[in-house]
Every structure is written in structure tokens, then in C-alpha cells.
Design a binder for this molecule. Structure first.
Ligand code: C5P
Length: 223
């Protein structure tokens, strides 16, 4: 039997990372934050001065990234880049880098490599539509633009990164527009994904809903 996957997709700062991590913890599953891979390619390209339209160069970078995920830390070429990765400049560059089909396919095998027993919870934009189309449960999380900007602002503040709410809100909107409009793997709810609007839901309730869907699916599969 193949290793089960729960795919959690949605726009920037919809809360998918927090929810996915908590669901993975509750089930003892592995966790993949696919956005971190795009951010890593972005960071490496910023550092090496690679242009955001150099698709071949970026794809090579994506293939050869020397990265290690250890607990909450992300280590690139032996350096802990956990903080730099969540800088908004890096997020903005990530959404440009992610437009190139060659970069996306270079990251495909790396993402699928996270699928190990007993299971995987993966979050991103195309987990259910492209990377794990056979996921046992697909969830599409949304939240209002204001709520998402507020969440990202608090997230950054918690990490000690200075941010401006108005600028953040504008950047998120631009990033979502680019992610939704791109030709390859656009941000879009998969036909078989369950939608969950979580602007006014506490994170515990969102986690519980996803876990209930998962348990109900398991009962359905074994019954
Ligand atoms: O999820 P996060 O905001 O960290 O992702 C950064 C960028 O990486 C997104 O704006 C998106 O363009 C890209 N991304 C993607 N596909 C994924 C995850 C992230 O295109 N599965």
C-alpha cells in the first residue's frame, strides 16, 4: 500500500503551515513545507546574483541545493538560513522563481522524497493538484486578504523581523495574483479538494476539522 499523504494548499499566509505542522504532529506523520524549497532557490539565487528570469540557471540551482531540514531549522550549504528564508524579499523572489516549469520539475523528486512511512502532510500551492495527485485527503485553506496580512505580520514580528502591515498586504496580493495567474501549477483548488474558509476560525478548530476529515476517510476506506 502506498504511503498516505494529506495535501494542504492555499494562498500565502492562509495558515496552512501551522495547520499542516499540527496535523502532522497529531498523526505522527512527516511534514513537508514545499514553499521553503522555492524560498531556498530564491535565497540562493539572490546570494549568487542569478537573475529571476534565468530559468535554466535556477533549475540547476534547484537540482543541486544542499539543504537539510532539522527540527525547525533549515540549513543551506551548512548555514542556518531559517530567518533569512522568511524575509518578504525572499517570498517575493520565490513566487517569481516558481513560475518557471524547469524549476518546478527540478523540485518535484525532492518533494516526493518526503513521502515516507507512516505518512506525510504537505503544504503549498500544488500539493493536491500536481505533486501528490493521489493524496488521500486534499484540503484548500482560504482566509480573507486582511486576515492573511495580519497573520503574516504577527508571524514576522514573532520571528523578530520588522514589517509594515500596509506594505505586507500589498506584497501578499501581488504574490497571490502571480501564483494564481501563472501557466504551470497555478494556485487553484483541485476539483477533489475540500475547501475550508478559516478567517474567523481559531487554529485549533481548523486542525480538528482536518483531523476529522482524515479519520472519516480512514473509516470509509476500511469499512
Ligand atoms: O508558502 P510560501 O509563501 O512560503 O511560498 C513562497 C512562494 O513559493 C509562493 O508565493 C509560491 O509562488 C511558491 N510556491 C509554489 N508552489 C508550492 C509552494 C510555494 O509555487 N507548492
Amino acid at each position: 500500500m502506498s504511503v498516505p499523504v494529506i495535501a494542504i494548499d492555499g494562498p500565502s499566509a492562509s495558515g496552512k503551515g501551522t495547520v499542516a505542522k499540527r496535523v502532522a504532529q497529531a498523526l505522527g506523520f512527516h511534514y513537508l513545507e514545499s514553499g521553503a524549497l522555492y524560498r531556498l532557490v530564491a535565497l540562493a539565487s539572490l546570494r549568487t546574483g542569478l537573475a529571476p528570469d534565468d530559468a535554466a540557471g535556477l533549475a540547476r540551482l534547484a537540482e543541486t541545493l544542499d539543504v537539510r531540514f532539522s527540527g525547525d531549522s533549515v540549513v543551506l550549504d551548512g548555514e542556518d538560513v531559517s530567518l533569512a528564508l522568511y524575509d518578504e524579499r525572499c517570498g517575493e523572489r520565490a513566487s517569481r522563481v516558481a513560475q518557471h516549469p524547469a524549476v518546478r520539475s527540478a523540485l518535484l523528486a525532492r518533494q516526493r522524497g518526503f513521502r515516507r512511512p507512516p505518512g506525510l502532510v504537505a503544504d503549498g500551492r500544488d500539493m493536491g493538484s500536481v505533486v501528490f495527485p493521489d493524496a488521500a485527503l486534499k484540503v484548500f485553506l482560504t482566509a480573507s486578504a486582511d486576515e492573511r496580512a495580519r497573520r503574516r505580520y504577527n508571524q514576522l514580528k514573532q520571528k523578530g523581523i520588522h514589517a509594515n502591515l500596509r506594505a505586507l498586504s500589498r506584497d501578499l496580493a501581488a504574490r497571490d495574483a502571480r501564483d494564481t495567474a501563472r501557466a504551470v501549477a497555478p494556485l487553484k483548488r483541485a476539483a477533489d479538494a475540500r475547501a475550508l474558509e478559516c478567517s474567523s476560525l481559531p487554529v485549533d478548530a481548523v486542525v480538528e476539522t482536518v483531523l476529522n476529515w482524515w479519520r472519516a476517510g480512514q473509516r470509509g476506506a476500511s469499512g
